[in-house]
Design a protein around this ligand. Structure first.
Ligand code: MN
Length: 200
């Protein structure tokens, strides 16, 4: 069965169209109207091997917050939809990814139990501005929005880093790489749900 999803979400603050295929090759076509966020979501698609199309716009005349948050929410919802009953997936995975001096580690459990623990961001990171519009604080906000709406448990740890662009990118790539393995079919449990409860 195809593990795909397409969602259109319209509110007074934003318009989001998102399409994904979990069994892709990391092909992306992303226009969120927020350049730095485009860069991050492109990296997320590329390194998770999820094919990802996003067209999003919103009240960026206020600031980019609503458009970024709503895109993350829809990505999480699409992920949950495409995973279906999570039959046959590896479920747990972790990845530690460097970008020069920055190093981030992501651990995921595709559990149906949303939970997020983020640690290690350097002091003041939340106030750093990237690409003129995207604050460091939005990175965690995006991670929380994805995890809560996808129903996954995510531990994200920044282990090192100085350049905010490098830190953010390492965080997104670590999530991508962990997701890639966690959502991948495990050939040893074909058709089985990887839970002692029999449901995820
Ligand atoms: Mn970059």
């Amino acid at each position: 069965m195809a593990r795909t999803a397409r969602i259109v979400r319209e509110t007074s603050e934003s318009h989001i169209e998102l399409e994904l295929d979990l069994d892709g090759t990391g092909t992306t076509d992303i226009d969120t109207s927020v350049p730095f966020f485009n860069h991050m979501m492109t990296a997320l698609g590329k390194h998770s091997l999820i094919d990802l199309k996003i067209k999003a716009w919103g009240d960026t005349d206020i600031d980019v917050h609503h458009t970024v948050e709503d895109t993350a929410i829809v990505f999480g919802e699409a992920l949950r939809q495409a995973l279906g009953d999570k039959r046959g997936i590896r479920r747990f995975a972790d990845a530690t990814v460097p970008l020069d001096e920055a190093l981030a580690k992501a651990v995921v459990d595709i559990s149906g139990r949303p939970y997020v623990v983020c640690t290690g961001e350097p002091e003041g990171y939340e106030y750093c501005m990237m690409g003129g519009h995207f604050t460091g604080s939005l990175v965690r906000h995006v991670m929380e929005s994805i995890a809560l709406h996808a129903g996954i448990c995510l531990h994200l740890d920044v282990l090192a880093g100085r350049d905010p662009h490098h830190i953010a990118e390492a965080e997104f790539k670590a999530l991508a790489r962990a997701l890639r393995f966690a959502i991948e079919p495990d050939p040893r449990i074909e058709g089985l749900i990887p839970s002692t409860k029999g449901a995820l």
